[in-house]
Write a protein that binds this ligand. Structure first.
Ligand code: C2O
Ligand code: CU
Length: 546
C-alpha cells in the first residue's frame, strides 16, 4: 500500500449551536473533525499535537492495526494520554479494511466533539463492488450538549445516576431546523435528478442508537464497519454508536426538497424526550417551487425494538469472489459474556440518588466492572510486569447462571458486581466464539459492543436467553456480516466469531459512553505467535509517558 502523513492539532475552538457559544475540543479547529482518506492497505502517519488544555488520546475505530497496538489509542489500555503540550506520531496500519470507518478521541468523554470520518477507498485500479456513485456525501450523526462536556461527565460520575440527556442530535455537527436557532446552519445536500449518491455514515453519538431515513427515498445499504455487504434495500436504517454504514440512494423523485432525519432508538416511549429529531435537507437542483413544509421521513418509534432488530439482523456479507469471507468453522475457545447494568451501594455520607437513594449504577461483563488502571495495560504486558496493573482472571463464563432476561427486582446479590482489571488471554490464531447475553438485572437495554484489533462475524442473534442446543444450529456461517461493533438486542443475545490473529492488547467495550464509564469493558490479550512476523512490534520512541 501507499503511505501518507498528516497533522492533527487538538485545540479549544469556539462553536455556536442552539444560540449558545462554547469552547469545544476540536482537531484543526474543525467540528466535526477532518476526514482522512486513504486506500486499502495504506499506512497513514498522524502527528497528533495536543494544543488543548486536556489530556487526550485518538483511536482509529475499526482499523485493526496488525501487531501495532501502540497506536490504537484507548486511554490506559494501550497508552497513557497525550498531555497538554505533548505530541505523539501514530502509525495507522490499514490491512483488509475497505469502505467507511472513523476516528475519535478515546479518553474521558472528549469524543463528543473530537471525531471524523476515515474513508478507505479500493486499491488503485480496483472499484467498488456496486454501481459507481456520482458523488459521495459524509453523514456524521452526533449528540450536542449545551454544557461543557467535561462538566456533563463529572456531574454524571458524581451523581451515580444517568447522564444529562444531550440537548440535540446532530448531522455533520448541525442540529437542523427542527431545533431552535438552527435553521441557517442546517446541513444541505444538493442533488441532481437521476444521479446516485453514496452516503458514508457513522453514528458518532455518545449514548444512543438512532433510526435514519430520507423522505420519499429508499436506501440501499452496501457496506458496514469497513466491509461490503450484500445490497439491502430499506426505508430506514438502525445505526449503533461506533457503527458505520455505507448506503446508496438515487435522486429519482420529483424536483423538491426532502428531509433527511435521524432520531433516537432507545427503547423508551418518545414522550420521555423532546426535540429528538435531527434533520438535513436534500435539495434537488433546478427551477421549481419546493413544497412547504418539508416532509419528514416516517421512522420507527423510539421503542420499536423489532424494527431495530430486523434491520440489524438483515445485514449480510457480500461474500463474493473478490471479497471472500473466512468464518471460523471450528472453534478453539468458547466464551459466554453477560452484559449487565448493576447497582453498587453508596458509601456512608455519599450523596448518590441514582437508585432509591441507596445505590449508584455500575455496569459489568460477566459481573466484573472494569476498573480502568492509571497506567497502560499494553506497556505492563510488553514489559512482563502486570502486577499492580492487571490480572488475567477474566472468566470465560458468568459466575452465576440465572434467568438473564428477567428483572431481578431488588436482589442485591445478583446486582452487585466485582470491581477489577481483568483480561482474557487468547492464544495466537485461536478461533473464538463469543456469545454476548444481555441481562435485565437493573435494566435491559441494547449494548453496542465494540472490539478493537479485529473484525468479527455476527453469526446469530435473538431475543431472550441464549440456548446453545437451540441457537447454535441456526447460525449463519455462509454470509454473516463482518463487523467491529454490534448492538446486542435488549434482553437478547448475539453470537460472534473471530480469529485471534492480531498479537497485542485490545479493548472490548460497550460503545455507550455512559456504560463504558460505568465499567462495561474488558481487555483481550492476544499472545505472540512463534514466527517473528507474528509478534507485537516494538513500541515507538515517542509513546506518551505514563
Ligand atoms: Cu470507537 Cu474503543 O472505540
Ligand atoms: Cu452498554
Amino acid at each position: 500500500g501507499g503511505a501518507g502523513r498528516c497533522g492533527a492539532w487538538v485545540q479549544e475552538t469556539n462553536y455556536t449551536r442552539l444560540c449558545n457559544t462554547k469552547s469545544i475540543l476540536t482537531v484543526n479547529g474543525l467540528f466535526p473533525g477532518p476526514t482522512i482518506t486513504a486506500r486499502r492497505g495504506d499506512t497513514v502517519i498522524v502527528d497528533v499535537i495536543n494544543n488543548g488544555n486536556h489530556n487526550i488520546t485518538i483511536h482509529w475505530h475499526g482499523v485493526k492495526q496488525p501487531r501495532n497496538p501502540w497506536s490504537d489509542g484507548p486511554e490506559f489500555v494501550t497508552q497513557c494520554p497525550i498531555q497538554p503540550g505533548g505530541n505523539f506520531s501514530q502509525t495507522v496500519l490499514l490491512s483488509d479494511e475497505e469502505g467507511t470507518l472513523w476516528w475519535h478521541a478515546h479518553s474521558d468523554w472528549s469524543r463528543a466533539t473530537v471525531y471524523g470520518l476515515f474513508v478507505i477507498l479500493p486499491r488503485l485500479g480496483t472499484t467498488y463492488p456496486f454501481r459507481q456513485p456520482d458523488e459521495e456525501v459524509p453523514v456524521l450523526l452526533g449528540e450536542w450538549w449545551q454544557a461543557d462536556i467535561q462538566t456533563v461527565m463529572e456531574n454524571f460520575l458524581e451523581s451515580g445516576g444517568d447522564p444529562a440527556i444531550s440537548d440535540a442530535l446532530t448531522i455533520n455537527g448541525q442540529p437542523g431546523d427542527l431545533y431552535n436557532c438552527s435553521a441557517s446552519g442546517t446541513t444541505k445536500i444538493k442533488v441532481d435528478q437521476g444521479k446516485t449518491y453514496l452516503l458514508r455514515m457513522v453514528n458518532a453519538g455518545m449514548n444512543n442508537l438512532m433510526f435514519f431515513g430520507i423522505a420519499n427515498h429508499s436506501l440501499t445499504v452496501v457496506g458496514s464497519d469497513g466491509a461490503y455487504t450484500k445490497p439491502l434495500v430499506s426505508n430506514y436504517i438502525t445505526i449503533a454508536p461506533g457503527q458505520t454504514i455505507d448506503l446508496l440512494f438515487e435522486a429519482n423523485q420529483p424536483n423538491n426538497r426532502y428531509y433527511v432525519a435521524a432520531k433516537l432508538f432507545n427503547g423508551q416511549p418518545a414522550s420521555r424526550f423532546q426535540n429528538s429529531t435531527t434533520t438535513a435537507i436534500i435539495e434537488y437542483s433546478g427551477n421549481y417551487t419546493p413544497s412547504n413544509p418539508l416532509i419528514v421521513p416516517s421512522l420507527p418509534a423510539s421503542n420499536d425494538r423489532n424494527a431495530s432488530f430486523n434491520f440489524t439482523s438483515s445485514l449480510r456479507s457480500l461474500a463474493s469472489a473478490e471479497h471472500p469471507i473466512d468464518v471460523p468453522l471450528t472453534i478453539k475457545r468458547t466464551l459466554f459474556y453477560t452484559l449487565s447494568i448493576n447497582a453498587i451501594p453508596c458509601a456512608a455520607n455519599e450523596t448518590c440518588e441514582a437508585i432509591r437513594n441507596t445505590s449508584r449504577f455500575a455496569a459489568s461483563i460477566n459481573n466484573i466492572t472494569f476498573d480502568m488502571p492509571s497506567s497502560s495495560v499494553l506497556q505492563a504486558y510488553y514489559r512482563g510486569v502486570s502486577s499492580g496493573v492487571y490480572g488475567d482472571d477474566f472468566p470465560d463464563n458468568p459466575p452465576l447462571k440465572f434467568n438473564y432476561t428477567q428483572a431481578s427486582g431488588l436482589n442485591a446479590t445478583l446486582r452487585l458486581p466485582t470491581v477489577g482489571t481483568e483480561v482474557t488471554l487468547l492464544k495466537h490464531n485461536h478461533t473464538v466464539e463469543l456469545v454476548f447475553q444481555g441481562t435485565n438485572l437493573v435494566a435491559g437495554v441494547d449494548h453496542p459492543m465494540h472490539l478493537h484489533g479485529h473484525s468479527f462475524y455476527v453469526v446469530g442473534s435473538g431475543f431472550g436467553n441464549y440456548k446453545r442446543s437451540r441457537d447454535a444450529p441456526n447460525y449463519n456461517l455462509v454470509d454473516p456480516p463482518h463487523m467491529q461493533t454490534i448492538a446486542v438486542p435488549q434482553n437478547g443475545w448475539t453470537a460472534i466469531r473471530f480469529k485471534a490473529d492480531n498479537p497485542g492488547v485490545w479493548f472490548m467495550h460497550c460503545h455507550f459512553e455512559r456504560h463504558v464509564s460505568w465499567g462495561m469493558g474488558m481487555v483481550f490479550i492476544v499472545r505472540n505467535g512463534k514466527a517473528s512476523n507474528d509478534k507485537v512490534l516494538p513500541p515507538p520512541a515517542d509513546m506518551p509517558p505514563c
